[in-house]
Ligand binder design. Structure first.
Ligand code: 13P
Ligand code: SF4
Length: 296
């Protein structure tokens, strides 16, 4: 049996599912029960009847699945698969910020730890950040992505208290690099993730999360697209929209790419690495995730 067959057999034996983020290596797509963006994966985690969820993504995604499913075993195949941006916000610093703005609501991007979610009013993803912010009347502290926050401010006209976090994979995409790609592919539409800088977003024809990119490419009359997000997304787009061409201007996210089929197999064989959370933190974090899911 090859690796994919061994994983499929173990999934059946253990009543497990494998949830896979769009940025994962292509080989991992082959064992996915669901392949999607952060919001689609969080929703899938609330619907599954499986006993075990193997999360092929980064730490905060597996944690979110556990927050929503305390009775299930949630496994992250590589313990060091972390999102550096999520690590830019701590619950201690957020508590301090809340003291400075006692009447503000806290919107935390899903790319945060369970402890930060537990200090938040509501969560959001790139797919629903605008809707979430529009749903709030009061002042908003937006944590941790300053680029996504600034983009939401622009869309909603609502000034927010922004954290100073950012995603390196997206922040290093320069306007210069993007203009070069546009010169090489003048017919291509530019699609950018809202974690990119303002300079890049201003050059984009479409700004959306990874799930929205698939819909846009499929529905657009254009045949070519320059994709300003983590490089794995181009593989997902080629798979979903095979008759169109996609060019990437970003690099890899190490936390996303550290996973492999071998690690998924070992995770299933040894039940590792299991996500565990402090129950009080989990319950509070779930309230913020549930509020987001209610309006998404
Ligand atoms: P999406 O929710 O758009 O898939 O984004 C997740 C992420 O980590 C982007 O860097
Ligand atoms: Fe985090 Fe950026 Fe990687 Fe997304 S691409 S998981 S935001 S480091």
């Amino acid at each position: 049996m090859d690796l994919v067959e061994q994983i499929q057999a173990l999934k059946q034996e253990k009543n497990a599912i494998v949830l896979v983020h769009n940025y994962q290596r292509q080989e991992i797509y082959e064992v996915a029960d669901l392949l999607g963006d952060s919001l689609e994966l969080a929703k899938a985690a609330t619907r599954t009847k499986a006993d075990t969820i193997v999360f092929c993504g980064v730490d905060f995604m597996a944690e979110s699945a556990k927050i929503l499913n305390p009775e299930k075993k949630v496994l992250l195949p590589v313990i060091s698969a972390k999102c550096p941006m999520a690590a830019m916000a701590s619950s201690r610093n957020l508590k301090q910020k809340k003291k400075e703005h006692p009447d503000a609501a806290v919107v935390s991007y899903i790319n945060t730890s369970a402890e930060v979610k537990a200090e938040s009013t509501i969560c959001c993803t790139s797919a629903n950040a605008e809707t979430v912010v529009r749903s709030l009347d009061q002042e908003v502290i937006f944590v941790p992505d300053s680029n996504l926050g600034a983009w939401v401010e622009q869309q909603t006209g609502k000034k927010m208290i922004l954290w100073n976090g950012y995603c390196r994979t997206h922040a290093i995409i320069s306007g210069k690099k993007l203009k070069k790609a546009k010169a090489l592919h003048p017919q291509a539409k530019v699609v950018a993730h809202p974690e990119c800088t303002r300079t890049v977003l201003e050059l984009a024809d479409k700004v959306c999360g990874t799930g929205g990119m698939i819909t846009y490419a499929r529905d657009s009359s254009a045949d070519e697209f320059i994709i300003a997000t983590e490089d794995g997304m181009v593989n997902r787009l080629k798979r979903e929209v095979p008759d169109k061409r996609f060019y990437c201007v970003a690099g890899s996210c190490i936390g996303m790419k550290i996973n492999s089929l071998e690690r998924v197999l070992t995770a299933l064989e040894k039940d590792q690495f299991e996500i565990t959370l402090d129950e009080q933190t989990r319950v509070k974090a779930k309230e913020a995730l549930d509020r987001m899911l209610e309006i998404s």
